[in-house]
Design a protein around this ligand. Structure first.
Ligand SMILES: NC(=O)c1ccc[n+]([C@@H]2O[C@H](COP(=O)([O-])OP(=O)(O)OC[C@H]3O[C@@H](n4cnc5c(N)ncnc54)[C@H](O)[C@@H]3O)[C@@H](O)[C@H]2O)c1
Length: 254
């Protein structure tokens, strides 16, 4: 069955039990929908419960992924897991001089602490039978520098570092760990960032150009295009891939 984005549901994730964080909107929501379409048993979570309405998941849970104790408690409900997608992240707009202490801490907390807690809780559930962890990284950070992304770039570089570390440490437990690194993707928060910049500068056209000019293909990515790569890595088709940062960026890094 092919959907309106040209994606074909494969069934290749049949019966795999997969946790998806940040599943209320944008990339996380598209990932959850794609995995469900491919046959997975999806457990979705987000800090925003209402955003998960209508998602045909096995469970939807309000979870603040920056709360280590809450994340640990959430994972006690699973005996074993086949996959996890860690999509929680936060974009601060600013160079290093424009980044306050609070901006820096918020960036590290939402993007990195959440990954530390979620991946740390997932690994023990995969050690017996193996599994696949996918982090949503970014081409911004350790792959390429972007204007006004000091804290964000630092946090996403950290995501790739943590991803590679987990991949090395648990290779022989059959756990694969990869980071999908999107270019600029059309999501609610990305639209919000354009609107915020337009309001700040009073120039809507320039604000739009700030984002679209990063995309040599002249268009933003679709959340579904990121989800397709996640589904591949979670499936047995990705069995020989681990420790990689895989760019899905419409040509930014050519
Ligand atoms: N959109 C892009 O252009 C782009 C590019 C590269 C990477 N990314 C990354 O992809 C991921 C998803 O981004 P997006 O733009 O699709 O989504 P988004 O920013 O529109 O949505 C983020 C989701 O995360 C949830 N969330 C926020 N804080 C949370 C917390 N503490 N605990 C649990 N959930 C929380 C929000 O409620 C929301 O549903 C992020 O990690 C982002 O950094 C996005």
């Amino acid at each position: 069955m092919t959907d309106e984005n040209g994606a074909t549901a494969t069934g290749r994730l049949a019966d795999k039990v997969i946790v998806v964080t940040a599943a209320a909107q944008g990339i996380g929501r598209a990932v959850a929908e794609r995995l469900i379409a491919d046959g997975a048993v999806v457990h979705a979570s987000d800090i925003n419960g209402a955003g998960m309405d209508g998602l045909d998941a096995e469970s939807t849970t309000v979870l603040d992924a920056t709360d280590g104790a809450a994340v640990a408690e959430y994972f006690t409900r699973f005996d074993r897991l086949d996959g996890v997608v860690q999509a929680v992240g936060y974009v601060h707009h600013g160079n290093i001089e424009e980044c306050s202490d609070a901006d820096w801490r918020r960036s590290m907390s939402i993007t990195l602490d959440s990954a530390f807690y979620v991946m740390g809780a997932a690994v023990p559930k995969m050690k017996a039978e193996g599994g696949s962890i996918v982090t949503i990284g970014s081409i911004c950070g350790s792959i390429k520098g972007f204007a006004k992304r000091a804290a964000y770039g630092a946090s996403k570089g950290g995501i790739i570092g943590l991803t590679k570390s987990v991949a090395v440490d648990y290779l022989n437990d059959g756990i694969r760990c990869n980071s999908v690194c999107p270019g600029t993707v059309d999501s609610p928060s990305m639209r919000g960032r354009i609107a915020e910049l337009a309001e700040k500068t009073g120039d809507a056209e320039a604000a739009y150009r700030f984002f679209i000019d990063r995309q040599p293909s002249g268009r933003f990515g679709k959340p579904e295009e990121i989800a397709a790569m996640c589904a591949f890595l979670l499936s047995d088709d990705g069995a020989f891939i681990t420790g990689q940062a895989i760019n899905v960026d419409g040509g930014i890094t050519i």
